[in-house]
Write a protein of this length. Structure first.
Length: 368
């Protein structure tokens, strides 16, 4: 049984590593050469829009999925007409456009920062008038890891921000002075079964995730139930199958949805070592219509991202309980090249060990 995956990055690589024990084979379609998953399985190296490549990719698959959010929706739809394709292309489309994403939150009564669509300098000025300062200007499409966005704190910045981002369609949204950032990873199977991992606390620098603490500390049962309810609404709205991530801001005990990722997610990497069944395995179970595995955490985990540099393997592995995951990527500035997960029963002791590992990691952020 062959699972087809659009894109062959580290998420696809980890998906394949978790899928082999289930007796699955994989085939990737990826425009770049030497992609992290390409060492593990057949990889068709071609643009996502190449009709012959799409045909070759789809032939004989039992199911198809994607691991990169910016694959063209048209390619997803083309495949979905021929083989079961999950998560549904409509969810992919909503996640690719920040305006559609905000409308989705509105439609499903999920609290989110106030926003306005911006297509001109005068739209931007009107949005600031209505929503106030500070605010964040974001490109509607193709923004990730902090790219394509800019915070406006005072009016004097408006024109220069417009000059740098104004050649794309934009949104302006309220800046949320959050207490912390949280995410939920939820999964729904083709048969409607849903499982949710515990809320995770995430810390970013320069728009890139640096560290996740799982389960997030100080989460009341009500807060968890609220996040799970929002996830359920989105999963059911799309008749979704697969893993879905929602990123939230928490402020004064309230959640505001920032964005969704209709795929396995960096803030769920800890589940490889710290949950009963990982997000990758559960994604595969879900899209194949198999029973879902338990999404409970086993104790506590801290995941540290490796950005732009690979620390000495020996030093990391000498720290008790450190799990090293390298993606076989050439280090470059701002590039995610791997992650380290530490697991344990005592959160305070775990933070000490994470601090020891952080010593070896360039630009590491210790969990707060
Ligand atoms: P995003 O690409 O939307 O996930 O944004 C990347 C990071 O920028 C987020 O994880 C936040 O740390 C920050 N950020 C984005 N939008 C806002 C906002 N409306 N208010 C405050 N911080 C934000």
């Amino acid at each position: 049984m062959i699972v087809g995956v659009l894109a062959a990055g580290q998420l696809g690589r980890m998906m394949a590593l978790e899928g082999y024990p289930l007796g699955l084979r994989f085939r990737f379609l990826e425009p770049k050469n030497d992609a992290p998953a390409s060492w593990l399985a057949e990889t068709i190296e071609a643009p996502y829009t190449d009709p012959a490549a799409l045909q070759r990719f789809s032939d004989g698959l039992c199911v198809a999925t994607y691991e990169f959010e910016n694959v063209p929706v048209e390619s997803a739809e083309w495949i979905a007409e021929r083989v079961p394709f999950y998560p549904p292309p409509a969810a992919l489309g909503a996640a690719q456009d920040r305006l559609e994403e905000k409308w989705l939150f509105q439609r499903l009564s999920i609290p989110a920062p106030s926003f306005k669509a911006v297509d001109s300098l005068s739209d931007l000025q009107a949005a600031i008038e209505e929503i106030g300062l500070p605010g964040v200007v974001k490109t509607r499409r193709l923004g990730y890891d902090g790219k394509g966005q800019s915070v406006i704190r005072e009016r004097a910045q408006v024109e220069s921000v417009w000059e740098s981002l104004g050649n794309s369609a934009l949104i302006y949204e309220q800046f949320v002075p959050f207490d912390r950032e949280l995410s939920i990873i939820a999964v729904r199977s083709r048969h409607g079964e849903i499982a949710c991992y515990p809320l995770v606390q995430n810390e970013h620098r320069e728009g890139i995730l640096r560290v996740s603490t799982a389960p997030a500390p100080d989460v009341s049962p009500e807060l968890r139930a609220e996040a799970e309810e929002y996830a359920r609404r989105i999963l059911e709205a799309f008749e979704y199958a697969g893993v879905l991530t929602i990123e939230f801001f928490q402020r004064d005990g309230a959640l505001f949805a920032n964005e969704i990722a209709p795929r396995v997610h960096n803030s769920g990497h800890w589940t490889l070592d710290g949950a009963v069944v990982s997000q990758f395995e559960n994604h595969l179970r879900a899209i194949m219509g198999l029973p879902l595995g338990r999404a409970d955490a086993i104790g506590h985990s801290i995941m540290l991202n490796l950005i732009g540099a690979i620390p000495p393997r020996e030093a990391v592995l000498a720290v008790p309980g450190a799990h090293l995951h390298l993606y076989d990527k050439e280090p470059r500035p701002r590039r995610k090249v791997g992650h380290i997960t530490l697991c344990g029963d005592d959160p305070a002791e775990l933070r000490v060990r994470a601090g020891a590992v952080a010593e070896f990691i360039k630009g590491a952020v210790c969990p707060s």
